[in-house]
Design a protein. Structure first.
Length: 614
């Protein structure tokens, strides 16, 4: 997997493809390549490493032509080498085929042995080359028919773009479990794995669905279903501006997105808070009030950062709506067979809307007849389309691999859902009005929180050389401890773990020593003293302590000055909004430690932004 862009039109394809690959770099990758057609001549250029290395190669050996496909690869089969990079090709003469592929072909080894028995020699270690060899082997007529013959042989997932000198005006695409979007221009068309790659070229998009195949020329496009029938598809508008995907004046996307959080939260709340009803309103749930009142249990399913947001959601909905909530890793939930009551709703939480495990969990829930909702950032994404209803974050594109503004936007939306369900059940109008007032103050609280940046930078300089860190929180802040540890692991490669603070004495306290800092999330709240006791346990064993506390309390400030090695102050906030306020210094801490260690903040090693393979 990672990023695909195809172009057909009057312009030279190479610069368009390369620029598109640059826009897809945020997804994470280890190699890049392009294939173009100049008349009936196929040109393939590819390199392990960054897009910049491919550009250097293209300066020495340009890839001419007005039709082409390109790819950034995140390795699944075979190492990061020039030969394993995409595009892969097969065949001879006008029977040549070039393929780029996102996904995993699970039966590639069987198919490869069959082809090798026919005398076909493979150049790479990848599963993708099997696709190219199969299409070339079956290319007896036109390219579309060859692709149609091959698709039923493939077991697994794929988003494919295929070109061949046999049909030098066509790009053929196919999708099963890995996203593809058509970009429609004037006298030119595009095929991409992500609408971000289309920015600056078109705002009109058509999202391919599973088991569909598309054919693009400069002046036309068609989509076919599995029965080879033409499909009429809806053209959607990409509402992200090209400036949304630029770094502006920030050195990294991650820092820009940390600072975009006040606006992202405002966008998540815009038009969704009703003073008249003292509640939240959502236009896309597609479930009527009676269905929602009958809900007796909610299951959140998610991966990574979205899973941590779901854990916060569990606390929120159980407190304010009094509905039992379970949070499931999507990768586990999809293979379990748990008893699920009739009046249960399944909510998938995802930034990209394409996460393979979350999509599979959603589909399994739908198959069993449960109502499904999605909390998602990307309009038109697969999960957003396949859920019965849902809520968009409207956070704008998140380019940094380590999620920041999507997390706080997800928690904001889940807070509004808790208010919505609560007002349908037992919350009074006064309680609802109070929550609305507090939610409206949240963007300004986040702006104020960002003032801790200089202090966080100083603390990062102090601890950038450590090899382990511990994160502790209780109640609403336990999921934030998990999220803070994940951020540090993702971009600085320091081993970090998050725990409920009270659990330290049940094992993890054995890890405490003078070289292992512990971060305690302890703003003002009902169990502040309990967390302070947990902090004392760490200090008694010589462990350095960083405390994140509420500002404005002189007594606590004086006490913490003697107990904590370092203190980061955040604005005082209601307990249920503290996860958003306290997450921000943890994001900044991970960012600065990663910088000091010389890590690639926006493109951390081994990671991809949208995980579309299992």
């Amino acid at each position: 997997m990672c990023g695909i862009l195809g172009y057909v039109g009057p312009r030279e394809a190479e610069p368009i493809l390369v620029e598109g690959l640059r826009r897809l770099e945020y997804r994470g990758y280890d190699s890049a390549g392009v294939a173009t057609l100049d008349g009936h001549k196929l040109h393939i250029r590819k390199k392990a490493g960054r897009v910049a290395e491919l550009c250097e190669h293209l300066r020495e050996r340009p890839s001419p032509g007005c039709l082409g496909i390109s790819h950034t690869r995140w390795a699944t089969h075979g190492g990061a080498t020039d030969l394993n990079a995409h595009p892969h090709w097969a065949g001879e003469g006008d029977g040549q085929v070039a393929v780029v592929h996102n996904g995993v072909i699970e039966n590639y080894a069987v198919l490869k042995r069959q082809l090798e028995a026919e005398g076909i020699i493979f150049r790479s270690q990848t599963d993708t080359e099997v696709i190219a060899q199969l299409i070339a082997y079956h290319l007896n007529g036109d390219l579309v028919e060859a692709v149609r013959k091959v698709l039923p042989m493939l077991k697994g997932t794929y988003g494919l773009a295929v070109i061949s000198p046999r049909n030098p005006e066509w790009i053929v695409g196919a999708r099963l479990g890995s996203p593809l979007v058509l970009g429609l221009g004037e006298g030119e068309n595009f095929l991409a794995s992500d609408p971000t790659a289309l920015m600056g070229n078109t705002t009109k998009a058509v999202y391919l669905q599973d088991h569909q195949l598309c054919v693009l020329t400069a002046d036309d496009w068609q989509i076919y279903d599995a029965q080879r029938s033409l499909v009429s598809a809806n053209i959607q508008t990409i509402d992200w501006d090209i400036g949304d995907a630029d770094k502006a004046n920030f050195p990294h996307y991650m820092l820009k997105e940390i600072y975009e959080q006040p606006e992202a939260i405002e966008n998540a709340m815009r038009g969704r808070l009703s003073d008249a009803d003292s509640s939240a309103h959502f236009g896309g749930l597609n479930l009527d009030a009676q269905q929602l009142r009958r809900v007796e249990r909610i299951i959140f399913t998610a991966c990574g950062t979205s899973y941590h947001a779901a854990l916060v959601g569990e606390y929120l909905i159980e407190e304010f709506a009094r509905i039992p909530v379970e949070v499931e890793y999507a990768s586990e939930f999809r293979y379990r067979n748990p008893p699920v009551d009739r009046n249960t709703i399944v909510i998938a939480i995802t930034q990209s809307g394409e996460t393979a495990d979350t999509l599979a969990a959603l589909r399994e829930s739908k198959r069993k007849g449960h109502p499904t909702l999605a909390v998602c950032n990307v309009v038109g994404s697969t999960i957003a389309r396949e859920a019965d209803g849902g809520v968009y974050l409207h956070a704008g594109p998140e380019i940094g691999v380590a999620s920041t503004k999507a997390f706080t936007s997800q928690v904001t939306v889940l807070t509004m859902l808790a208010l919505y369900f609560g007002r349908m059940r037992h919350l009074s109008s006064l309680q609802g009005a109070k929550m609305i007032s507090e939610l409206r103050s949240l963007p300004d609280l986040v702006r104020k929180t960002l003032h801790c940046h200089d202090e966080v930078r100083r603390i990062a300089e102090k601890y950038s050389d450590v090899n382990n860190m511990l994160y502790m929180g209780r109640q609403y802040l336990y999921p934030v401890a998990l999220e803070g540890a994940l951020k540090l692991k993702e971009i600085s490669y320091i081993h970090a773990e998050g725990y409920p603070a009270a659990e330290m004495k049940h094992g993890p306290i054995a890890l405490v020593d003078e070289q292992t800092p512990s971060i305690f999330l302890m703003p003002r709240g009902p169990i502040f003293e309990k967390v302070m006791s947990n902090l004392e346990e760490v200090k008694a064993r010589g462990g350095p302590v960083i405390a994140i506390c509420s500002e404005g309390d002189d007594e606590i400030a004086d006490y913490m000055a003697h107990k904590a090695d370092d203190v980061i102050y955040v604005p005082d906030a209601p307990e249920y909004l503290q996860p958003i306020v306290t997450a921000i210094p943890l994001q900044l801490l991970a960012y600065h430690i990663a910088l000091l260690r010389g890590c690639d903040v926006d493109k951390p090693r081994n990671l991809a932004k949208s995980v579309t393979v299992e």
